[in-house]
Design a protein around this ligand. Structure first.
Ligand SMILES: Cc1cc2nc3c(=O)[nH]c(=O)nc-3n(C[C@H](O)[C@H](O)[C@H](O)COP(=O)(O)O)c2cc1C
Length: 453
């Protein structure tokens, strides 16, 4: 996130954390080169569109602890980072609930051009009432309705990205004085429940056309959305078994929707604390834990789940409630059949042997590689989203200590000699796979009478 504290609550107070420089372009360009040189495939940038004000009904605790506020826009640093790298991909978060598809299609096409095909889009439907209020609504749309709207949003962008311009529309014929052949630029004539977009895409096709599609919906409606649209799914969960169930459920839904079993790749967030050996890594973790701010964690959890935890006893069992915010985050803990007693808020938010709410691996290179290998096997995931504790220290440590060992075991690929698009890195081809529903949806473009469900 372009904030001092995304999931590493309180760590901005640590002398090795430089997140507070997120307002400086050099912070981002230097992070991008560190990641590219360190063997990372992609930089993922999360986002939200409002202050976190669920805890105690106001934003004071979030502002005081620096938890996801102040928060800057994630898209704007990407072109600068693309300019100083050749291989690194960029996964950027943009909300379908508050953007307009015609405008977002152009922004992401532009970034895909400028990065030569290295853009991924993390599709979110958002979860904060504070965002809704400031963007002209009395409150958020209903949880499932946000996904319905997102489905139509995707229809519009597929038509713009995949159908509106043919590959040979730009002819750049200096002799005949024709830049673009107008017969190859087609108005999409979209007329739906939420959106009306009559005309053609404003930009010519970019290397990937559609950016690599990332998504993280965990509720039944969110999983159905992922199964239809996503190419890379983040699966959150309290433990390996829960993540495996999420992977299997989404994969089964994707197959039902006519996609192949490998049409979606899965990754889960993992925190890694590493050093020259296990002892050094353990000492680092102890140091980080001294800077951890539990209030920041509760503030974030309250905002994500839509529940004001300011009066809840940290050691009382968590009780399930269906809210209009993020549903699956609470369900991971309240509907966990692998335990004989319910999770408490304290247990859910911080692992005593680790850091924060994600799986944490602590150790020297061999231990990290062993545990990561076991984790990938147990969860059925294809990779990890490394959640940093100190920025850029967590990335530098991973690159320096863990990556060489992971490379030796074939778990981190050697960088290709020539740069490729992000989708080629994941699927071996620059454009959407043939079994992606975008093709059929885009083919329905151009019929003015169409009304989406
Ligand atoms: C790794 C990961 C990253 C996420 N990043 C964001 C984000 O940047 N912005 C956001 O609004 N939601 C983000 N989410 C939340 C998801 O978009 C989604 O709302 C959540 O997983 C709950 O799904 P559900 O609404 O279907 O229950 C993220 C979730 C995960 C697991």
């Amino acid at each position: 996130m372009s904030a001092v504290s995304h999931l590493n609550y309180g760590l901005w107070r640590h002398p090795d954390d430089w997140s507070w420089r997120h307002t400086e372009l050099e912070h981002w360009t230097s992070l991008a080169t560190t990641l590219e040189d360190g063997g990372f495939d992609t930089l993922f940038i999360a986002d939200a569109l409002g202050l976190l004000d669920t805890y105690a009904g106001n934003a004071a605790a979030s502002l005081r602890t620096g938890t996801q506020s102040p928060l800057d826009d994630p898209l704007l640093a990407v072109s600068a980072m693309a300019a100083c790298t050749r291989h690194l991909g960029f996964g950027v978060t943009v909300s379908t609930t508050y953007e307009h598809p015609y405008l977002l299609a152009r922004k992401l096409t532009t970034l895909d051009h400028l990065s030569q095909g290295r853009i991924g889009w993390n599709i979110v439907t958002s979860q904060l009432d504070s965002a809704a209020r400031n963007l002209g609504l009395a409150q958020q749309l209903d949880h499932d309705e946000r996904y319905d709207r997102a489905d139509e949003f995707m229809e519009v962008v597929y038509k713009l990205w995949e159908w509106s311009w043919t590959d040979d529309a730009v002819v750049r014929d200096r002799v005949r004085g024709i830049y673009t052949d107008p017969s190859k630029v087609r108005p999409i004539a979209h007329h739906g429940r939420w959106y009306r977009v009559p005309d053609a895409h404003l930009s010519e096709p970019s290397p990937q056309r559609t950016p690599l599609l990332l998504q993280a919906g965990g509720s039944p409606r969110g999983q159905a959305f992922a199964a239809r649209h996503a190419e890379l799914v983040f699966v959150a969960g309290a433990h390996a078994e829960g993540i495996r169930r999420g992977v299997e459920a989404t994969r089964a839904l994707a197959v039902q929707a006519g996609r192949g079993p490998r049409a979606i790749r899965f990754i889960a967030p993992v925190t890694v604390v590493t050093g020259a050996d296990d002892r050094e890594a353990g000492a680092k973790l102890a140091d980080y834990r001294r800077h951890y701010d539990a209030l920041g964690a509760v503030v974030h959890y309250a905002a994500s789940t839509g529940i004001d935890f300011s009066t809840q006893d940290l050691d009382a069992p968590l009780v399930h409630r269906d809210t209009n915010a993020n549903r699956s985050l609470l369900a991971h803990f309240t509907q966990d059949s692998t335990r004989d007693r319910p999770w408490t808020l304290r247990e859910a938010l911080d692992r005593p042997q680790g850091f924060g709410r994600h799986k944490t691996i602590v150790g020297g290179p061999a231990r990290v590689a062993d545990e990561l290998q076991a984790w990938l096997r147990e969860t059925g995931t294809d990779g990890i989203n490394l959640a940093a504790i100190v920025n850029p220290g967590s990335f530098e440590d991973f690159a320096h200590f863990a990556v060489p060992e992971l490379r030796r075991r074939g778990l981190v690929a050697e960088r290709p000699a020539e740069p490729t698009t992000l989708r080629e890195r994941v699927f071996g081809q620059p454009r959407l796979r043939a079994d992606h529903p975008a093709h059929a949806i885009a083919a329905r473009a151009g019929s003015a009478s169409e009304v989406s469900a």
